[in-house]
Design a protein around this ligand. Structure first.
Ligand code: 5GP
Length: 188
């Protein structure tokens, strides 16, 4: 898909290109291969936003990992998280004694991952690591240690490479800032 494609016309600008993403994912895969050498970690994809990142990332990791999937939703409006997270779809297998790697699309307030980290610790995982494609550190509301982040980004609403607005734009190969007219149109 080239950047003249129809859905690119809803972007204000491209923030991270597909080439930058591919290079960062490869580098992260190498770091995770080193970290988990000799182990058999479980990589947990937080659906749906992390799906594209997750499928690219696991193919860059050279250890015998397993995968599992979780759907979470945070209570509150689409723009304001209350910090209360509901597990809509839980993992298929227990994580007791396992090294868990949570793979997220973006860390914003940090409340979703703060909650999930506690959930996995209570389930007696051997360790819990947090991996995110994007991080908005300026928006953090809780003290959260992000173990691996590919890109720090400014406080803007982004879409593409799995991230949506109203379930759209997940299929953009690059990550872009959504044009404000799209939200205002949606609020009308
Ligand atoms: P947190 O609990 O860290 O505030 O929320 C993280 C979640 O908020 C992400 O998994 C994502 O679903 C959503 N989110 C936060 N910022 C953005 C953004 O810029 N674009 C999109 N598409 N989702 C976002």
């Amino acid at each position: 898909m080239n950047t003249n494609a129809v859905i690119y016309q809803d972007l204000d600008r491209i923030l991270v290109t597909r080439e930058q993403i591919a290079a960062a994912v490869k580098e992260l895969g190498e770091k995770l291969t080193e970290k988990f050498r000799g182990e058999e970690p479980i990589f947990v994809c937080i659906l749906k936003g992390a799906s594209v990142f997750f499928t690219d990332l696991i193919r860059e990791i050279d250890v015998p990992l397993t995968t599992d999937f979780m759907v979470v939703s945070s209570y509150g409006s689409s723009t304001k998280s209350t910090g209360v997270v509901k597990i809509v779809k839980d993992l298929d297998k227990p994580v007791v004694g396992k090294h868990v790697v949570i793979v997220e699309d973006i860390v914003d307030s940090g409340m979703t991952l703060h909650y999930l980290k506690k959930v996995f610790a209570n389930r007696e995982a051997a360790s819990v690591s947090i991996v995110t494609l994007l991080d908005k550190p300026a928006r953090r509301r809780v003290d959260l240690k992000v173990d691996y982040s590919c890109f720090n980004i400014p406080d803007a609403f982004v879409v593409g490479y799995g991230l949506d607005f109203d379930e759209k734009y997940r299929n953009l190969p690059d990550i872009g800032v959504l044009h404000p007219r799209i939200y205002s149109d949606a609020e009308k």
